[in-house]
Design a protein around this ligand. Structure first.
Ligand SMILES: CC(C)(COP(=O)(O)OP(=O)(O)OC[C@H]1O[C@@H](n2cnc3c(N)ncnc32)[C@H](O)[C@@H]1OP(=O)(O)O)[C@@H](O)C(=O)NCCC(=O)NCCS
Length: 239
């Protein structure tokens, strides 16, 4: 089923001519296309730490348990972008645990997992577009919390996700933290039923200043705005 369609610019074409795209849910039988796109994007990343790769097995298991992958296909039906969303329920992967959500709310958490866009199609706001489609898709499901992790070194992703209203609620090592390793991740959250109001007084910190941000967050501050040009994050207390 087609969930959206429109036009975009292919950077490789050099003509700035518009190309049509369609958006639809990825069928589990096409999971190899997802794995191949993830590999292509990962190989092109200057800092590999910004993308924690999902295995084919994990994605398939998740898809059979209700997760969805929204795929964006170009005019010749190649997968050029996707957004993977999952419903972690009571599993210990649930990011609600990292921000001390109440147990009864864990079932109401949606995870925005990996999102990526092929380098030839970046700049078309596909990350933002697939997020608004994801929010439309989950609307009838009575979910309350949208959560995700983003690397403090991933400017583009952090900017897009914070512009969509997700706030920074934690900063910690993830994906290997049990062995004392892991990679730095912001944990972001949006309460779908309650818009957060910030008080006026705020602090500004550069997005990659780990220790200073950790201290602010430990003192109850929430990161609510990122200025793309300066890479500075506004932190404030919520009302
Ligand atoms: C994060 C990501 C999905 C954003 O892609 P997108 O939706 O195409 O980004 P936008 O359309 O918002 O891009 C806005 C601007 O930033 C630029 N931009 C976006 N991603 C960029 C990147 N990784 N490197 C350099 N510039 C980038 C775009 O070219 C555009 O520039 P312009 O305003 O001059 O046209 C994409 O960069 C990506 O796939 N990154 C690698 C995977 C990743 O980090 N995923 C998130 C963690 S799971």
């Amino acid at each position: 089923m087609i969930i959206n369609q429109g036009y975009l610019i292919n950077r490789k074409s050099n003509t700035r001519q518009l190309e049509s795209y369609t958006m639809r849910l990825v069928n589990p039988k096409d999971i190899n296309q997802v794995v191949n796109l993830q590999e292509l994007v990962y190989n092109g990343l200057p800092n590999k730490e910004v993308l924690y790769k999902d295995t084919k097995q994990e994605m398939l298991e998740d898809l059979y348990n209700g997760a969805m992958i929204i795929g964006v296909y170009n005019s010749i039906d190649e997968l050029i972008s996707y957004r993977y969303i999952s419903f972690p329920g009571n599993s210990n992967k649930n990011l609600g645990n990292d921000i001390y959500l109440m147990n009864r709310d864990l079932d109401k958490v949606v995870h925005l997992e990996t999102t990526l866009v092929s380098p030839d199609y970046r700049g078309n706001k596909l990350q933002t577009l697939t997020l608004s489609k994801a929010i439309e898709l989950i609307e009838p499901m009575d979910m309350k919390h949208i959560m995700c992790t983003v690397s403090p070194y991933n400017l583009f992703s952090l900017y897009n996700i914070m512009s969509a209203g997700l706030n920074i609620r934690a900063l910690k090592r993830k994906y290997g933290e049990e062995t004392g390793n892991g990679i730095w991740r912001f944990i972001l959250h949006k309460d779908l039923s309650n818009d957060m109001k910030m008080i006026n007084e705020f602090h500004l910190l550069k997005m990659d200043r780990i220790e200073e941000q950790k201290k602010l967050i430990e003192n109850g501050y929430i990161g609510y705005n990122l200025v793309r040009e300066s890479k500075m994050i506004h932190y404030s207390l919520a009302n």
